[in-house]
Design a protein. Structure first.
Length: 669
């Protein structure tokens, strides 16, 4: 590289970048600076993750056989999320001096040092939920006050912390002849979590589920009387000898199922080559009639909502088992097309594994990634499932019939989609537009085409989309106004041609809505005047060129936000100025609010675009429809002709007649 190249570089501005610019964060300061790295954010889910971390430690003691009782107490504390205490009657955190940290107790090291704990070597716990030594220390770092009491050797010790800082040395409180174990009391920091509060119902559900996951533990729940709302009792005790089977029975209730008996059981994994225990698996599955299904996956009592390798093992065991049963009863040829989804979809599944040294996708442990879990679970469950099917042939045939019905329905829908999604290449020897990023079309009646304003927004949308169900077609700004254009000009327009090819249903008299390649067409433009104009042009196109598409309810308008409001750890999105004013007056009343304005969809990162505008769980869509009666249709046609047609005088008259309705403040703005 020539030296003159460096001469052309611009001179550096600002402070110099040298050794003094390198910052070293000590203790638990990294957790407070970047809580999202440790608990996934600072929202309600993250707040309750703190409770789960402490409860998981108590559960680890129970699973290891050292505790049989856990108490969870939620108390009100004005101005905070609440004060939570979790107590177990286990061995108690060690309180003696740590050999590597002279003058510090092991308790203080565990509470104030990342990656410290008794679960690394496997000597103290064969299986555990805490793996990285960050759980309790993260809770400590993000709490305004933490108090830990430990009863060991008939003595009671205590130590207090604030925002990760030790407030004093460990104290011997006194004799405790009838007590053992650990009690952790903490109050989450409002500097981190804002005005969010613990939800009693959410904590109550968490506590109850933990009791189901380990039959040998009794969990006692208590909360302040003022918090005992929405069906949450002030006190309750949970102990379920049947484990997951009890949980599933309560969840199913009186609903009718394909089989009257659940498929449930447990199995220890074979010991390792070193003779060490490898853990066990417990499961409970039912196939209710007319159910959307629900799935609960756990590893070492930790919920893994995104499933993972243990889920794969169960699905493999069920699929291979049902195919083998089909072979046994002479239906092997038809059953060869059965997939795991055919067996699991619509079922109520609970699966819990206990394994050594599990691996998770992240610190929040949403997905298990241990490769050996799939093999061990499949091997353990498969034999039990074979017996479940063959011990009662009527039961096995009933389940096989239900699975094959689902398979037939899936194959029928797939065939319909393939016909529906035949591309213009097959029909007219044309190609799909190059800018179209298509979906795989595997959603069950849920495929969507997002028509997006500009390549920048298109790039964000491609990253934010669900690849299975959502396709993206960027268009170049304002498309042709078809209401005022000649037929030749419409045919010659590239944007119009791309739209027609992507949709595959033809236009005008050749429009056949049955050939539409997507279930929804979503117009997604910026939340400003230009975006509204582009959306209007697109709606005009669909009204004139593909009216049956609109009439059948396939056309939608996305509702992207115009503002992002932030106050502390709380944020919200506003669609427009009126919505912004409403949020400032209600949700952010009396608080200092930082307001950010999105100039366009391209300014949103993919996560924001997915959350606010594209995800079916959180978005808002406006469906565009046409009146069914003739009078209403004529009225719409008249309005489109006047506002979008060739005669400018009609638009002028419309503006003149409605000028008084315009908000003067908006004009000034």
């Amino acid at each position: 590289m020539s030296d003159d190249l460096f001469d052309k570089l611009p001179a550096a501005s600002g402070e110099s970048y040298d050794g003094s610019a390198i910052e070293v964060l000590e203790g638990l300061e990294p957790v407070r600076r970047r809580p999202g790295m440790y608990i996934g954010g600072t929202d309600e889910r993250a707040l309750h993750h703190l409770a789960a971390e402490v409860l998981d430690n108590a559960m680890d003691e129970a699973v290891a056989g050292h505790a049989n009782r856990i108490e969870v107490t939620l108390e009100e504390e004005p101005g905070t999320a609440g004060r939570l205490t979790i107590t177990d009657n286990g061995r108690g955190i060690p309180v003696d001096e740590h050999p590597k940290f002279p003058g510090k107790s092991a308790l203080e090291v565990i509470l104030s040092t990342l990656h410290s704990g008794g679960k690394f070597s496997g000597k103290a716990y064969a299986t555990s939920g805490g793996l990285h030594g960050v759980g309790i220390s993260v809770v400590n770092a993000l709490s305004v006050k933490t108090r830990v009491e430990v009863a060991r050797n008939k003595e009671l010790y205590a130590q207090e912390f604030s925002r990760g800082v030790t407030l004093g040395p460990i104290q011997r409180v006194g004799a405790a002849p009838n007590r053992r174990g650990t009690a952790v009391t903490f109050t989450p920091d409002t500097e981190i979590f804002g005005d969010q509060k613990f939800k009693p119902a959410r904590l109550f559900k968490l506590v109850r589920s933990k009791a189901y996951l380990f039959a040998g533990v009794e969990i006692r729940w208590k909360c302040s009387p003022a918090l005992a709302v929405d069906g949450v009792p002030a006190e309750a005790t949970f102990q379920f000898p049947g484990g997951l089977a009890d949980h599933l029975a309560e969840q199913i209730g009186s609903r009718e199922c394909v089989t009257t008996q659940f498929f449930s059981g447990s199995q220890d994994f074979p010991k390792g080559e070193d003779g060490a225990e490898q853990g066990r698996v417990e499961w409970a599955i039912a196939w209710p009639l007319y159910s959307d299904g629900s799935y609960s996956w756990y590893c070492n009592t930790i919920p893994t909502p995104d499933g993972g390798t243990h889920e794969q093992g169960l699905r493999g065991a069920l699929t291979k088992g049902i195919r083998a049963f089909a072979d046994l009863v002479g239906q092997a040829k038809k059953a060869k097309d059965i997939t795991p989804d055919d067996v699991v979809t619509g079922s109520e599944v609970m699966l819990s594994v206990f394994i050594r040294d599990p691996q998770f996708q992240s610190q929040t442990k949403d997905r298990l990634t241990s490769p050996e879990a799939a093999r061990m679970v499949e091997a353990a469950v498969r034999d039990h499932f074979d017996h479940f099917l063959t011990d009662n042939l009527d039961r096995g045939k009933a389940l096989l019939g239900a699975v094959m019905e689902r398979m037939d329905e899936r194959l029928r829908r797939k065939a319909e989609r393939e016909v529906k999604r035949k591309t213009a290449t097959n029909a007219r020897k044309l190609r799909l537009p190059g800018k179209l990023t298509d979906c795989s079309g595997e959603g069950h009646g849920e495929t969507e085409l997002f028509i997006v304003e500009g390549d920048s927004a298109g790039g964000s949308a491609k990253q934010a989309r669900d690849r299975k169900t959502q396709a993206i077609l960027p268009i170049r700004g304002k498309i042709l106004n078809v209401a005022s254009a000649t037929a030749d000009k419409i045919r010659a327009n590239q944007e119009i041609a791309d739209l027609g090819l992507a949709l595959g249903c033809g236009t005008r008299k050749d429009c056949n809505a049955d050939n539409l390649r997507y279930d929804r067409i979503v117009i997604m433009t910026d939340a400003d005047v230009d975006g509204a104009h582009i959306a209007t042009l697109l709606m005009t196109f669909f009204f004139q060129e593909m009216p049956e598409i609109v009439r059948r309810g396939h056309l939608y308008l996305a509702q992207p936000p115009l503002y992002r409001l932030t106050s502390g750890a709380t944020s919200a999105y506003a669609r427009d100025d009126a919505h912004r004013a409403e949020l400032e007056a209600t949700r952010f009343k009396g608080k200092k609010v930082e307001v950010g304005r999105f100039k366009g969809l391209g300014e949103m990162n993919p996560g924001q675009l997915r959350e606010t505008t594209m995800s079916p769980e959180t978005r808002s869509l406006i469906r565009i429809t046409l009146p069914q009666e003739n009078e209403g249709r004529f009225a719409v046609k008249d309005l489109v002709d006047r506002l979008m047609g060739r005669n400018p005088e009609h638009r002028f008259n419309f503006i003149q007649n409605r000028a008084g309705d315009v908000d003067r403040e908006l004009i000034d703005a």
